[in-house]
Design a protein around this ligand. Sequence first.
Ligand code: ZN
Ligand code: ZN
Length: 389
Amino acid sequence: MTDAAAGQPLVVYGEINLAYDFGPDHPLTPRRFGPSIELLRAIGAANLGEPRVASDDELQRLHTRQYIRTVRNFSIDPWHHVPADGIGPGDCPPFEDMHEASAAIAGGSIDAVDRILTGEVQHAFNPGGGLHHAMAARASGFCIYNDVALAVARARDSGHRVLYVDLDVHHGDGTQALFWDDPQVLTFSVHETGTSLFPGTGFVDERGGDDALGTAVNVPMQPFSGDASWLAAVEQAVPALADAFRPTFLVSQHGCDTHAYDPLAHLRLTTAAYRAATALLDRIAHQHCEGRWLATGGGGYDAYRVVPRSWSLVWLAQAHRELPAQTPADWRANWLADAERFGQSPPPEDFIDPPDLVAAESPDAAALNAQTTERALAGALELLGRSDR
Ligand SMILES: [Zn+2]
Ligand SMILES: [Zn+2]
């Protein structure tokens, strides 16, 4: 570790992240890493560590042996298989070395937890992670192995009570399902409602299994909701849930497909909300978990305008750094041509979007969101208080 890196949060990144690639027409493009990692370095991130490939034993903590075999078969021969276990044409097409690329993302998140547990770092960030839709025996929604759930399991198996906060625009259905019956893990997800968006789940009445009631919490938002509703949900629910659940380890997923510019979903957030949410999570990590906090990336499909700044805001919160006045001019210049070539908007100057980027939320939608947040939180607190685990 260099002097500049000492004391910094760990950023998990290596060349192998670029191998997680479903093809040139797929929205989850590894082109996200170029501008995003360069921006992280430009604002001062120096403690970067390569992910390692998770072993089959590690993957089997949550995935079935049969499913891992399926992924391995596609990985060796992606061209001559009929679709199986969610892998096939569509969201999760097979590609060469898909097992190694996916297991490296998982290994990156698991390893980051280990480094937090040994005290090597307090906070870590795996931007290529956050593959929250993957199920025990099925790929889904661009996700092969559920790295972020495997990280939660690692912390949980070391005796921690884990609070999982999923900020992606899509419901964190895989992570919720994998800990549905586990009272030691509380999964919280705020997302666009499943009535208008994949995966179609994440409603308030999903509360966890009989022995873990209150440890699944969902706040589905109306389409076209903005910073005000979303941030109110996070600020009301997360600290209150932390007080009730008393976590000792925090894991968060920072999909930035909630952004107004994102092409795949219908929320209208700006980076101002990301700034506030990451600061809040940092406070929770120190207040409840002695700093133990793994953050991951997630969705986010505007590769130049949104993803780099979103990842930087996670790092700035973890590094306890002030917000730089602007994105570096050199960085913007370096990625301008690339953005143009792929028909994308240029990298922006401001880390924090101007408030007038989006129109105000409709009062009806805002009122509904407030009711939903209240109902989700009140129900969870009642169930958590009743069991008093
Ligand atoms: Zn901190
Ligand atoms: Zn997403």
